[in-house]
Design a protein around this ligand. Structure first.
Ligand code: NDP
Length: 252
């Protein structure tokens, strides 16, 4: 089960953190991997690492807020591999602020990077999936897409990630007739470039101990099994699902 050999997997935001971890995990399952991000030098390093695992890899510089970049990445993927089987919408960033203080620019930045990008990337790559009547779309939302929180004021992030959850359901319903599934993963607290500065503080660790039943952050690699499951042939009847991987944060 869960063999991804001969599958082509596209992962956005693969230059660091969870995206990089998932790219490695997909390659280990045998998938050829298309890695996208803005820091092309980091992607080139990862490409070498992935090719050493015996799979093919295409690295493309792509800002997920740019329709032009996205369509270019989709074109290059089609040229190299002729198809797309798996898409992981993982790229994300946030300008954190509360509703009372958030500026228009902070709001627009976060919605563009975390929600509108997911629509644009899905549009580009799902059109290729449709040609082959096969697809697995996995959207990396967040547990913050399911609830509010009392630790950090980050209203635009909650809004965009909540949007990703219902975008997932809408796309699942629309594309089922093309044999394309669409599911969301909602990670909890994982230490990455995005979160390290906040998660490392004593104050936040104390907050985490009181709110995460497992009393720890997610470890490197702990998101991979969920992504591989949803990307697999075997998950053929799972669509529109929202899977928290959060140590229990959203169950209490
Ligand atoms: P990182 O900051 O480590 O990685 C973010 C990735 O997104 C980088 O590869 C970055 O690449 C890419 N990215 C950011 N903006 C853009 C852009 N405009 N265009 C293209 N790529 C972009 O963060 P994580 O690995 O932690 O986050 C990955 C996803 O997981 C995000 O969607 C995040 O919201 C979500 N998540 C993370 C959690 C955590 O605790 N870590 C918890 C819940 C959700 P580059 O800068 O090279 O473009």
């Amino acid at each position: 089960m869960f063999n991804l050999k001969n599958r082509v997997a596209v992962i956005t935001g693969a230059s660091s953190g969870l995206g990089k971890q998932m790219a490695k995990a997909f390659a280990e399952q045998g998938a050829d991997v298309v890695i996208l991000a803005r820091r092309i030098e980091k992607l080139e390093e990862l490409k070498e690492e992935l090719e050493a695992k015996g799979v093919k890899c295409l690295a493309v510089k792509c800002d997920v807020t740019s329709t032009e970049d996205i369509n270019n990445a989709a074109r290059l993927t089609k040229e190299k591999f002729g198809k797309v089987d798996i898409l992981v919408n993982n790229a994300g960033a946030s300008k954190d602020n509360g509703v009372l203080d958030m500026t228009d620019d902070e709001w627009d930045f976060t919605i563009a990077t975390d929600l509108t990008s997911v629509f644009k990337v899905t549009r580009a790559f799902a059109n290729i999936m449709k040609e082959n009547n096969y697809g697995r779309i996995i959207n990396i939302s967040s547990m913050y897409g399911l609830v509010g929180n009392t630790a950090i004021s980050t209203v635009a992030y909650h809004s965009s990630k909540g949007g990703v959850v219902n975008f997932t359901r809408a796309v699942a319903a629309e594309l089922a007739k093309h044999n394309i599934t669409c599911n969301a993963i909602c990670p909890g607290y994982f230490e990455t470039e995005l979160t390290k500065a906040v998660l490392d503080t004593n104050e936040f660790q104390a907050y985490m101990k009181g709110t995460v039943p497992m009393q720890r952050y997610g470890k490197e690699g702990e998101l991979n099994a969920a992504a591989i499951f949803l990307a697999s042939d075997e998950a053929s009847y799972v669509t529109g699902a929202v899977l928290p991987v959060d140590g229990g944060y959203t169950c209490v």
